[in-house]
Design a protein around this ligand. Structure first.
Ligand code: NAD
Length: 284
């Protein structure tokens, strides 16, 4: 029978550690500020942004909120980012995705200074990760590494299989697992005989975006299973990309949904805000 990896507990520990570091910086007269930019009226984005602001409040990070109307143009948003890039008081800039269709998302992400890119989406930070240089790491995969380490999972030498190759989760996850000395396989929608590949995984990380797709026959006995997916079911409850009830009895450790990967993303955003102090200092 599996043990649960408790993302709520681990994320709370990380936020407490961040809070201590923020307080220590405050004693040195250093204030950490995150600028949070929300464009449009997407209700899910509004909830995410609110949760990020609450985490800032808890940890002592100052948050500046920019809530812009749906009709905001690309130029207007770029202007705001330029202003925030130039503002020495701002450590981190977060533009909540998705953006309205009229705005080119990649253009906006590219415009954020790589030194303030606390989401880790800027090409410079993506590149730094792939060649093992210091920089910001995308929060969800960064959080998964913390979940594994703080749950005592040995990563070195293990077969890690990642399902999904998105820029936000799958690809940076693969780079991080490689950095931790796993033998990494990345699978995706064109992978042939997915079950055969996933059955070799000691650590299976699932980021497909399809509710409960991963059933017991995809999973090796005793595997560690990390479920990144998050979906609202017709009954109002949340579920992941993994069929938890069917898979849990087979693995050694598993993340639940909710309460697994989800809470880690915001905790690592807070961690990246703290890291910004050193990253900005090193560039001066
Ligand atoms: P995405 O849609 O960008 O990517 C999905 C990936 O799955 C693609 O690379 C695709 O090739 C692969 N895929 C699709 N069908 C497949 C199949 N049948 N077999 C194998 N691979 C297949 O999604 P994403 O942004 O990486 O997010 C994945 C999931 O994680 C979503 O449910 C999303 O909501 C969730 N998510 C959660 C958090 C969090 O904080 N918990 C953060 C980001 C994403």
């Amino acid at each position: 029978m599996s043990e649960i990896i408790d993302g709520k507990k681990i994320s709370a520990q990380i936020k407490d550690e961040v809070k201590e570091k923020v307080a220590a910086y405050a004693k040195e007269g250093i204030e950490i500020t995150l600028a949070v930019v929300l464009v449009g009226n997407d209700p899910a984005s509004a909830v995410y942004v609110n949760n990020k602001k609450k985490a800032c409040e808890y940890t002592g990070i100052k948050s500046l909120s920019y809530e812009l109307p749906e009709e905001t143009t690309e130029e207007e948003l770029l202007e705001l980012i330029e202003k925030l890039n130039a503002d020495d008081k701002v450590n981190g800039i977060l533009v909540q995705l998705p953006l309205p269709k009229a705005i080119d998302e990649q253009k906006i992400l590219d415009a954020i200074s790589p030194l303030k890119d606390v989401d880790g989406f800027h090409p410079q930070n993506v590149g730094a990760l792939s060649i093992g240089k210091k920089g910001y790491v995308s929060c969800t995969p960064f959080g998964i590494i913390e979940l594994l380490k703080r749950s005592g999972v040995e990563i070195t030498g293990k077969n890690a299989v990642i399902i999904g190759r998105s820029n936000i989760v799958g690809k940076p996850m693969a780079m991080l697992m490689l950095r931790e000395n796993a033998t990494v396989t990345v699978t995706h929608s064109k992978t042939v005989d997915l079950k055969n590949v996933t059955n070799k995984a000691d650590i299976l990380i699932v980021a497909i975006g399809k509710p409960k797709m991963i059933t017991a026959e995809y999973v090796k006995d005793g595997a560690v299973v990390i479920d990144v997916g998050i979906h609202r079911m017709d009954n109002g409850k949340l579920c992941g990309d993994v069929d938890y009830e069917a898979v849990a009895p087979k693995c050694s450790l598993i993340t639940p949904v909710p309460g697994g990967v989800g809470p880690m993303t915001i905790a690592m955003l807070m961690q990246n805000c703290v890291n910004s102090v050193e990253i900005i200092k090193a560039a001066k």
